[in-house]
Design a binder for this molecule. Structure first.
Ligand SMILES: [Ca+2]
Ligand SMILES: [Ca+2]
Length: 632
């Protein structure tokens, strides 16, 4: 009798939606009409009460296939079968505890919203803008500090503290982002990191179903997705299947100790990751393909922790794997995510990733998944693409290296521009190289402008190559206004100009930018217009010419036009011999200089075919890039 009274009281609590709900079920809701027709609920009592049973007491066209106790008695795994004919509805579960308490839990099965799938997928017509959400724009000063969360720091002068940027701020500046040519925005992770420090970066997730309230929470994320789609842009979500923050309940109180990778005898870490030392990964991804790899090295690579504040997750546990899969599907279905960038792709269990990406594509055939496979040679890049047939693309770290070589080093037989040329030639190794995400810099590497020693000619050359290269280009926010932090993570992720009230410099309006910064921004916008006006870039047929006298060229062609991009790294102006275009210039009806990073004095910008025939070559400024357009 006493137990029943208590149960009724608790139900009353949940009906009022207080934070004291005694039962949590993940995923927090599901949908009818999802392929597969089943979902595994992770049921837990938030006060760590041992669960005796979970029963479905109300549901139409829905049955409970299994109620399985987890190793940790506060958790159960419940499998539901949802008939294709089942209507959208609220299910009622009864959770009985070992001590005889009974809790009712209401669970929503919703109708799917097809409009959320209207922009799914990426291809080589897309262009990604990468943003650190804490550092882009502060659209809501009221969410900068949230009392219930551990980290209370807020100091824009400190690289590792929170700065207050949020999804509202990002949403307010989508026109600015679109003006740079971007059709998609990838933010670093937005799920809550309830960590005591450095929570701003987002990679130490502590709740897989909660958008960080400092970014605006679920509502802001949904509004952001809708705003993107209304502008015909796409949302790229940063997924982190390899690890979780040490403050995650799956580390503090996991459903099963098998959910995390830990060595017997490994000293425990506290939630700051600072007491004792977990076994850290050796970062030797070669252990995955090396025919002579020592098993201990392989285990340390896959199961070692990425850093001491991030717990390595064991995706070989089938319940854990199902949890991570459903979590991915849930974000796609509930927000309208269009693509995943998958963090540290090479570190989780590789069979899991196959299963995970295959299952996502089974539900969303057009969805695009690209990996961060941070490798250092072509055969490794090839290995991870071939290993995962359902991976759509990868961040092209080899081309990133090639750009460093081409723009930072002198041309030698294999180096400089020749390195770039040879790297592109290695595309024969890869399936769908047009799906590579190409970049000059990102949130982990120094800024591109710093890498080229603040040389404006090389900056322009690199950006012009980025906007005309094969694959899906990705621009890191701030590079368009010459941000130049090179070494420190916190500094590389500095605040964007104008995102905070009172900023004297404003990239969004152009106010307060230096002449150089304003020129860079206008230059990037001109490239964006060029890419938009010439869809042959990225979709036409690509050809390249071996460097000669530090001059390298590549072209895009389709039935209408040929764009010839000529790059000169020589200290002097150099010619590119147009006779090397063996297709025959007589097939063209005219030509024009479409774009120059550095005009040569006294050269006409438009000339007839006759002039080119006479000249037989085109002259390019020292450290300049020129795009010639041939009309068919
Ligand atoms: Ca804010
Ligand atoms: Ca791992």
């Amino acid at each position: 009798m006493w137990a029943m009274a208590l149960a009724i009281m608790t139900v009353t609590f949940s009906a009022f939606g207080t934070k004291e709900l005694p039962v949590r079920m993940d995923p927090p809701n599901w949908w009818v009409g999802m392929p597969g027709n089943s979902v595994e609920l992770l049921v837990e009592t938030l006060r760590q009460e041992a669960i005796a049973s979970v029963t479905l007491t109300q549901g139409q066209g829905v049955r409970m296939l299994k109620d399985e106790a987890a190793q940790n008695s506060a958790y159960h795994y419940v499998t539901l079968v949802i008939e294709p004919s089942a209507p959208a509805q609220t299910l009622v579960f009864t959770v009985k505890t070992e001590k005889g308490r009974k809790y009712s839990h209401y669970y929503h099965l919703e109708a799917r919203d097809a409009s959320r799938r209207s922009h799914m997928g990426l291809d080589s017509r897309d262009f990604i803008y990468l943003v650190t959400p804490d550092r882009f724009a502060n659209g809501n000063l009221a969410n900068d500090q949230v009392r219930e969360l551990e980290e209370q720091t807020l100091d824009r002068s400190e690289g590792y503290q929170r700065h207050g940027g949020d999804l509202e701020g990002l949403t307010a500046h989508l026109d600015y982002i679109a003006s740079l040519g971007a059709t998609a925005v990838w933010t670093m992770p937005v799920l809550v990191n309830d960590m005591p420090r450095a929570s701003y970066h987002g990679y130490a997730i502590t709740d897989h179903y909660r958008v960080d309230p400092r970014f605006g929470g679920h509502r802001a994320y949904k509004a952001y997705a809708e705003a993107l789609h209304a502008k015909d842009m796409k949302l790229v979500m940063d997924m982190v299947p390899n690890h979780i923050g040490t403050a995650h309940r799956f580390y503090q109180n996991p459903p099963d100790s098998n959910w995390i990778n830990a060595w017997p005898g490994r000293p425990e870490t506290d939630k700051n990751g600072e007491v004792g030392q977990p076994t850290i990964t050796n970062h030797r991804y070669a252990t995955l393909y090396d025919p002579y790899a020592a098993p201990s090295d392989q285990q340390q690579f896959t199961d070692g922790w990425f850093v001491s504040s991030m717990v390595d997750v064991n995706q070989r546990d089938r319940h854990c794997a199902q949890y991570l899969l459903q979590n991915a599907l849930w974000w796609i279905e509930s927000i309208g995510v269009d693509a995943f960038r998958v963090d540290t792709w090479i570190y989780p269990d590789q069979n899991f990733l196959d299963h995970w990406s295959t299952a996502i594509h089974a539900v969303y055939p057009d969805f695009f998944i690209f990996s961060e496979s941070w490798v250092h040679n072509e055969h490794s890049q090839q290995y991870f693409l071939d290993r995962h047939s359902t991976l759509d693309g990868a961040a092209d770290f080899m081309m990133y290296q090639a750009w460093k070589e081409a723009l930072e080093k002198p041309t030698t037989w294999n180096g400089g521009l020749n390195h770039f040329y040879l790297n592109l030639a290695a595309d024969y190794l890869y399936r769908e190289p047009e799906n590579f995400i190409v970049f000059l810099d990102n949130h982990d590497e120094g800024r591109f402008f710093a890498k080229v020693k603040e040389d404006k000619d090389l900056y322009k050359m690199g950006l012009a190559m980025l906007y005309t290269m094969r694959g899906i280009p990705c621009l890191y926010y701030g590079t368009e206004v010459l941000m130049k932090a090179e070494n420190d993570h916190g500094a590389m992720r500095q605040d964007h100009y104008g995102g905070w009230p009172g900023d004297t410099k404003n990239a969004f309006t152009g106010e307060g930018l230096t002449t150089d910064e304003a020129e860079a921004l206008a230059f990037v916008r001109a490239l964006a217009d060029l890419r938009k006006a010439h869809p042959v870039i990225g979709t036409g047929s690509l050809r390249q010419w071996a460097p000669y006298n530090d001059v390298y060229a590549y072209s895009w062609s389709n039935d209408e036009e040929v764009l010839l991009v000529m790059v000169n790294r020589n200290a002097d102006p150099q010619y590119f011999g147009l006779d090397r275009m063996l297709d025959g210039l007589n097939t063209f009806n005219g030509t024009q200089v479409l774009f120059e990073t550095k005009p040569l004095e006294g050269f006409p910008h438009t000339r007839g075919l006759q002039d080119i025939d006479e000249l037989g070559a085109y002259r390019i400024a020292s450290n300049g890039l020129t795009i010639l357009r041939f009309l068919k």
